[in-house]
Design a protein around this ligand. Structure first.
Ligand code: PMP
Ligand code: GLN
Length: 417
């Protein structure tokens, strides 16, 4: 897999060329999608390829998942699992997701009606919002916001209402005043994400409870994206919203195999929750992809049953790599708060004299042979959150030690400038 390391040292620096942030004038795309250009991940990965920089931008592991999951997929391909699977997913995976939710969180689910397999978490979120939102309905999100959310809210004709997650001395915290004022009579969905991309925040039990209380007060459905559920560090616990009293009835929980099993290209995701909500999502999902990933579904089913040691080693190994990258960024001169979860760390380059994260990300391959992504790309232009994160850069640590060490060495160049 390409990391940039195998392309040798940085090529001579060409002038920074970047793709536009919005769709070009005259594009035939519908007006509600016109403000969306190529994703920041596509832009920054292309920049890494062009410049030979180490790519710590787009979050994808540079090694494959456990050998057993790969072997199981090969076996499934060789043993005839190559036609359309059932619309809701193969029974083994539906059962494995239900079993996983019970094993880790004590949530009882009927695999035949309360689980739906999707084309990654991306489709699960998209189908949920398209299924639940009438045009003009409001969707409360945490901002910075994972990039697909704003686009799907726009596709649904819904309106985004943001609660800022603001940087503090000990990481990002929910703006409690902003939380209440984001809700209104038009709130239909609260789209939550914990552990949170891009900030690495893991919402505390109190924060989750505060969101849940407002969802009840305003009679909103919670769609909660928990793809980083197993990437939580320092003995912290991930608190799924659905485990809070009374919340299982109004919560759709989304996850996927990509992060937990290091198979982001397989795009096997799922959504679980009460049967009427899952059925609503299925109504939309069946006309988006219908089905996907036939032979990968049984492989993911088997992997979900891996022993607890697999899950604890995954988190422990990533925590070690987090510490490696945090130390390297600090030594290069960044101010860094240590993320509680995910595989992203947010770095503040102001001590190095840089106050515009977007400009820095475009220059970084030329300054130091490394690529990150600006946190402001996850914000609405001009918002409270956008202003708060303007200088900040997200780097991923889901790479090998050698790649992380190379990136840290290269970043030392910033000190001498
Ligand atoms: N949600 C979040 C918060 C993510 O970071 C990502 C990407 N890694 C996704 C959804 C997409 O997941 P998938 O690849 O399973 O669609
Ligand atoms: N979720 C990954 C990230 O945040 C990227 C996924 C994508 O490229 N759409 O880096």
């Amino acid at each position: 897999m390409s990391t940039g390391l195998d392309r040798g040292a940085s090529a001579p620096s060409p002038a920074p060329t970047t793709t536009p942030a919005t769709t070009p004038a005259g594009s035939p795309v519908v007006s509600r999608m016109r403000r969306f250009g190529p994703t920041i991940f596509a832009e920054m990965s292309a920049l890494a390829v062009r410049t030979g920089a180490v790519n710590l931008g787009q979050g994808f592991p540079d090694s494959d998942g456990p050998a057993s999951i790969l072997d199981d997929a090969v076996t499934a391909i060789r043993s005839g699992h190559n036609q359309y699977p059932p619309g809701i997913g193969v029974p083994a995976l539906l059962e494995a997701v239900a079993e996983h939710q019970h094993r880790f969180y004590g949530l009882p689910l009927d695999p035949t009606t309360e689980v739906l397999v999707t084309a990654g978490a991306t489709e699960a979120v998209a189908a949920s919002l398209l299924a639940l939102c009438e045009p003009g309905d409001e969707v409360v999100v945490l901002e910075p916001t994972y990039d697909s959310y704003a686009a799907v809210i726009a596709l649904a004709g819904a309106v985004q209402r943001s609660v800022p997650l603001l940087p503090g001395p000990d990481g990002f915290v929910l703006d409690r005043d902003g939380l209440r004022s984001a809700f209104s009579e038009r709130t239909r969905v609260v789209l939550l994400n914990t552990p949170h991309n891009p900030t690495g925040a893991v919402l505390s039990a109190e924060e989750v409870a505060a969101v849940a209380a407002l969802a009840v007060e305003f009679d909103a459905v919670v769609v909660t994206d928990e793809v980083y559920e197993h990437l939580v560090f320092d003995g912290r616990a991930h608190v799924p919203v659905a485990t809070l009293p009374g919340m299982a009835d109004r919560t759709l929980t989304v996850s996927s195999a990509g992060k937990t099993f290091s198979v982001t290209g397989w795009k096997v995701g799922w959504v679980s929750g009460p049967a009427p909500l899952v059925a609503a999502v299925r109504t939309v999902k069946q006309f988006l992809t219908y089905v996907n990933a036939g032979p990968f579904q049984p492989a993911v089913a088997a992997a979900l049953a891996l022993p607890d040691s697999f899950y604890s080693e995954l988190a422990g190994d990533l925590q070690r790599r987090r510490d490696l990258l945090v130390a390297g960024l600090r030594s290069a001169g960044f101010a860094v708060s240590v993320p509680a979860g995910t595989y992203f760390v947010v770095a503040d380059p102001r001590p190095l004299g840089h106050s515009d994260g977007t400009a820095l990300c475009r220059e970084l391959p030329h300054l130091a042979g490394v690529v990150g992504v600006p946190v402001s790309a996850f914000c609405e232009p001009g918002s409270v959150a956008a202003q708060a994160v303007e200088p900040l850069v997200r780097f991923t640590f889901c790479k090998s030690d050698a790649v992380l060490e190379e990136a840290c060495d290269r970043l030392q160049a910033l000190r001498s400038r």
